[in-house]
Design a protein around this ligand. Structure first.
Ligand SMILES: Cc1cc2nc3c(=O)[nH]c(=O)nc-3n(C[C@H](O)[C@H](O)[C@H](O)COP(=O)(O)OP(=O)(O)OC[C@H]3O[C@@H](n4cnc5c(N)ncnc54)[C@H](O)[C@@H]3O)c2cc1C
Length: 441
């Protein structure tokens, strides 16, 4: 019997984020994936501003920015006519409080490769070709059987194993919700001859139904979405060349009603399945893992179990809200996104971890905004890492910021330790401006 502290089933974006969070806290874990090799497709390509901030904290923002691009404008083709329309994403300048204001496109396989490389830097790796087959649990541990026949005993199991989750099924939890469209949608990464790679081409009335070709940055490929049964030889007169990857999915909106059963947790698509509209699925999974990682680390170090209860209390309402948004966007076929999808305003205000009173625009439970400090550094530079932070303003207000960047408390006394993570003090000696009207002294 192999003994570990945390077994992570699934090395998609959710499982990889979880592993990085544990690795950078020196918590032993095993990360297994049923796939024989890394996932190759572009699938979840839209990275939201809040996830970019998390990537900044995890130490992967530079390669993510290098391999990605802003979303292109739409070019809508109807018969002989072509109309230019807006873009799914914005093109804003960074502000003091929002360093990454725009939706950023990176093919999912590249995001995963960057997360794997970061995990390797931290000494971790993915065991491919190793599926979780089944498990049992009691008050002390989880015992898992892997597809290799190996038995593993762990303190906790994190089910990050996607929409068809073995973990979820074994817990007998159902994904409740609905399919938005019973007809499957084809998604594929393809080369197209003679088509402008700077625009997202849409044919609302293509032969066989709707077809879209979104250029994937720095790849020479387009992501095809279509109602066709298979990748066609040509799309609206443009010959399809190499097909690098293809798959089908049924857009649906579903989630479980529990994210935790005893020592077993669900995160990402294992707990909530999103339609691609609004680009929320991958982002919500990464944020689940970012929420759970430091809490699992605390529990493994012998901390009290009540912290683990806050995972579901915080993330389940967020998943429900995000699913409602994705469904509305899909049903209205809206291409206008505004700030609704950037996930910066998602908060944990009603969490048991949030206390104190609002200070100006700062509210316990909200994401702590970035700010420029007098020495030229950014507040986020000081938050980066696994520690918690205490911001002490020149006139004595204290703001405790969690390891995952949310405001835990406003107005409480100094503390050296936050759930086992050290607290670093930040004492700007002048008024800190947080973009526009936001400021605190
Ligand atoms: C066309 C399309 C476009 C999308 N666009 C966006 C977008 O723009 N933005 C966005 O945020 N999201 C988008 N999504 C959604 C996004 O792809 C998913 O939400 C995301 O992949 C979920 O990540 P995950 O790690 O939770 O699960 P997955 O990526 O599904 O990873 C699960 C992993 O678990 C492994 N696994 C499965 N069973 C087992 C087992 N028994 N044991 C061990 N390992 C196992 C699998 O091999 C896989 O590697 C899109 C999806 C589609 C289909």
């Amino acid at each position: 019997m192999y003994e570990t502290t945390i077994l992570i089933a699934g090395a998609g974006p959710t499982g990889l984020t979880m592993a990085i969070e544990l690795a950078r806290r020196q918590i032993p874990f095993r990360l297994i994936d049923a796939g024989a090799a890394p996932f190759e497709g572009s699938r979840g390509k839209g990275i939201q501003p809040r996830t970019l901030e998390i990537f900044d904290d995890l130490g992967v923002i530079a390669p993510i920015l290098t391999v990605g691009a802003l979303y292109p404008k739409f070019q809508i083709h109807v018969g002989p006519f072509s109309l230019r329309a807006g873009s799914l994403g914005s093109c804003k300048r960074p502000s003091e409080s929002v360093p990454y204001p725009n939706l950023w496109m990176v093919p999912q396989s590249r995001t995963e490769a960057i997360l794997r490389a970061r995990l390797a830097e931290l000494g971790g790796d993915v065991e491919f070709g190793t599926a979780l087959a089944r498990f049992t649990q009691d008050e002390r541990s989880v015992e898992a059987t892997l597809s290799t026949g190996e038995l593993v005993r762990a303190d906790f199991l994190a089910g990050c194993d996607g929409g068809h989750s073995t973990v979820r099924k074994a817990l007998d939890l159902r994904l409740e919700g609905e399919s938005i469209d019973e007809k499957p949608t084809l998604v594929a990464d393809v080369e197209i001859e003679g088509l402008d790679l700077r625009e997202w081409h849409l044919w609302p009335f293509a032969k066989g139904g709707f077809a879209g070709l979104c250029p994937l940055p720095h790849t020479g490929l387009f992501q095809l979405t279509s109602k066709a049964a298979a990748v066609p030889a040509e799309i609206a007169g443009h010959r399809v060349g190499r097909v690098a990857w293809s798959s089908v999915y049924r857009p649906s909106v579903r989630m479980v009603d529990r994210f935790r059963v005893g020592r077993v947790f669900l995160a990402g698509d294992a707990a909530h399945v999103h339609p691609p509209s609004g680009g929320q699925g991958l982002n919500t999974g990464i944020q689940d893992a970012y929420n759970l990682g430091w809490k699992l680390a605390h529990a493994v170090r012998g901390g009290v179990g009540s912290l683990l209860d806050t995972y579901q209390a915080e993330r389940l309402p967020v998943a429900a809200a995000v699913l409602g948004l994705s469904k509305r966007l899909l049903k209205t076929r809206s291409i206008k996104r505004g700030d609704a999808t950037n996930q910066l305003a998602l908060h944990y205000r009603s969490s048991p971890l949030s206390s104190g009173i609002a200070l100006g625009s700062l509210h316990p439970g909200d994401r702590m905004p970035d700010a420029r400090l007098e020495d030229g550094s950014r507040l986020f530079d000081h938050l980066r890492g696994t520690h918690a932070s205490e911001l002490v303003t020149p006139d004595g207000h204290r703001i405790l910021i969690r390891p995952d960047g949310y405001i835990a408390q406003i107005g409480l006394a100094q503390t050296a330790d936050y759930w086992g993570e050290p607290v670093r003090q930040i004492r700007p000696s002048y008024r800190v401006a947080v973009s526009g009207a936001r400021s605190f002294r």
